[in-house]
Write a protein that binds this ligand. Structure first.
Ligand code: NDP
Ligand SMILES: N[C@@H](CCC(=O)N[C@@H](CSC=O)C(=O)NCC(=O)O)C(=O)O
Ligand code: ZN
Ligand code: ZN
Length: 381
C-alpha cells in the first residue's frame, strides 16, 4: 500500500479544454480508484496521431475538456476493491481496447472488440458514469479509457495489463497503441508466409506492418509512401522495395502500377494513412480472386470509402482492424517478451523525446515527416 492510497492525488496533466486549441498544463485532482478500478502513475506516454485527430475536433467521439493520451506506461499506485489481476507496484500498460474475458466478443474467439466498458469509454467517463479528474472545480473527461497525458490516471481493471518490469517503460509504452496495432494487423493474418504484401504509408503504423510482415517471412514486401525520406525507414523495417506514388508518370494510378509490378496484385495490402483514396488504392492493388486489404488508418469524420463493387465481386476482401486484433490482457505481455527477445523492433520507432512541459512541441513534432514516435517523459514539468 502506498501513502496516497484512498486519497485524492494532485498532479500535473495536459488538458484539452476545447477542440483545435493547444493543450495546456494544469494542476488536476485525481480521485482514488473505485471498485474494479486502478490508479496508475504514468511515467511515459507516446503521442499518437489519433490524439491529434481528436484534439482537432474531427472525432465524433471527441469530448472537451478532456485528458487525451492512450499510449502510456506506468506503475500501479493503488487499486480499488475487487481488482485481482494487477497489484501496487506492477509495471502496466493501459488498454484502450479492454478485455473483460466475459462478454460476447471476448468469448467469441473472433474479435478483440470487448464491449464491457466501450459505451462509457466513448462518453469520457468511468464505468459508473463519473470522472476521476477535476481541474479548477470542473469535471474533466477521460479519453479512450486511458488518459495518459496525466501524471496519474484511473482506468477500469479490464483496461490495464501488467508487463515484464525488465522492459523499459519509456519504450514499451508504445505497445499501448501504434506498434501493437500494426504488428497484430499482419501477424494475426493466416497465410502471410511466402506471400506478397503492400503497405501504404510508412509512419509508425506502416513500419510496424513492414516489420511484422518480415517477421512472418513474407516473400515480397513493398512499401508505398509519398515521402521519399521514408524509403530508408521502410527498408530498415523490412521492405524489399519502395514505391513513391508521386514519381509515377502523370495520370498513372498507383494501383495500376502496383498490379503491373506484382503480376496481378498483392496477396495482402494495408492502409496505414487514414486517407480514403489510399484505402481504395490499397484494395484495388490487392490480387483478383484472393487479395485481402486491411484498413488501419483512421479517416476524418464524414469521410467515406468507395470502390466499384466489381472489385469485391471478383474476390477481394476489404477489412479493418482496431488495436491489431490483439486481446490486450491475454496477448500484450507476450509481445513485450517478443520485444525483449529481439523479435520485434520497439526502440527504433522513438525519434523524438520531450518532457511533459513540452508536450505541445511534441504535437508539432508529430506533424513533421521525420517523426515516427515522440515519447513524453511525464516527470518533466
Ligand atoms: N486502427 C487502429 O487501431 C489505429 C489506427 N491508427 C491510425 O493509423 C494512421 C497512421 O498512423 P501513423 O503511422 O502514426 O501516421 P503517420 O502520419 O506517421 O504516417 C503516415 C505516412 O503515410 C504517408 N502518406 C501520406 N499520404 C500518402 C499517400 N497518398 N500515399 C502513401 N503514403 C502517404 C505520410 O507521409 P507524410 O508524412 O509526408 O504525410 C506518412 O509517411 C493514422 O490515421 C492513425 O490515426 C493509429 C493507431 C491505431
Ligand atoms: N472514435 C472515432 C474512431 C477512432 C478510432 O477509429 N479509433 C481506433 C483506434 S485508433 C488508435 O489510435 C479504434 O480502436 N476504434 C475502435 C473503437 O472501438 O474505438 C469515431 O467515433 O469515429
Ligand atoms: Zn493510437
Ligand atoms: Zn469483453
Amino acid at each position: 500500500m502506498s501513502d496516497t492510497t484512498g486519497k485524492v492525488i494532485t498532479c500535473t496533466a495536459a488538458i484539452a479544454w476545447e477542440a483545435a486549441k493547444p493543450l495546456t498544463l494544469e494542476t488536476v485532482e485525481v480521485a482514488p480508484p473505485k471498485a474494479h478500478e486502478v490508479r496508475i502513475k504514468i511515467l511515459y506516454t507516446g503521442l499518437c496521431h489519433t490524439d491529434a485527430y481528436t484534439l482537432s475536433g474531427q472525432d465524433p467521439e471527441g469530448l472537451f475538456p478532456c485528458i487525451l493520451g492512450h499510449e502510456g506506461g506506468g506503475i500501479v499506485e493503488s487499486i480499488g476493491e475487487g481488482v485481482t489481476d494487477v497489484k501496487v507496484g506492477d509495471h502496466v500498460i493501459p488498454l484502450y481496447t479492454a478485455e473483460c474475458k466475459e462478454c460476447v466478443y471476448c468469448k467469441s474467439g473472433k474479435s478483440n472488440l470487448c464491449i464491457k466498458v466501450r459505451a462509457t469509454q466513448g462518453k469520457g467517463v468511468m464505468p459508473d458514469g463519473t470522472s476521476r479528474f477535476k481541474c479548477k472545480g470542473k469535471d474533466i473527461f477521460h479519453f479512450m479509457g486511458c488518459s495518459t497525458f496525466s501524471q496519474y490516471t484511473v482506468v477500469a481493471d479490464v483496461s490495464v495489463v501488467t508487463v515484464n518490469p525488465k522492459a523499459a517503460l519509456e519504450k514499451v509504452c508504445l505497445l499501448g497503441c501504434g506498434i501493437t496495432t500494426a504488428w497484430g494487423a499482419v501477424t494475426k493474418l493466416p497465410g502471410v508466409e511466402g506471400s506478397t504484401v503492400g503497405v501504404f504509408g510508412c509512419g509508425c503504423i506502416g513500419l510496424g506492418v513492414l516489420n511484422g510482415a518480415k517477421f512472418k517471412k513474407a516473400a515480397r514486401i513493398v512499401a508505398i509512401d509519398t515521402n521519399p525520406n521514408k524509403k530508408e525507414w521502410a527498408v530498415k523495417f523490412g521492405a524489399t522495395e519502395f514505391v513513391n506514388p508521386t514519381e509515377l508518370p502523370e495520370g498513372k494510378k498507383i494501383q495500376d502500377h502496383l498490379v503491373e509490378i506484382t503480376d496481378g496484385g498483392f496477396d495482402f495490402t494495408f492502409d496505414c494513412t487514414g486517407n480514403v483514396h489510399v484505402m481504395r488504392a490499397a484494395l484495388e492493388s490487392s490480387h483478383r480472386g484472393w487479395g485481402v486489404s486491411t484498413i488501419i488508418g483512421v479517416a476524418a469524420a464524414g469521410q467515406e470509402i468507395s470502390t466499384r463493387p466489381f472489385q469485391l465481386v471478383t474476390g477481394r476482401t476489404w477489412r479493418g482492424t482496431a488495436f491489431g486484433g490483439i486481446k490486450g490482457r491475454t496477448e500484450l505481455p507476450g509481445l513485450v517478451e517478443d520485444y525483449l527477445e529481439g523479435k520485434m523492433k520497439v526502440d527504433e520507432y522513438v525519434t523524438h523525446e520531450r518532457g511533459l512541459k513540452d508536450i505541445v512541441a511534441g504535437f508539432d513534432d508529430m506533424h513533421k515527416g521525420n517523426c515516427i514516435r515522440c515519447v513524453v517523459d511525464m516527470s518533466q514539468v
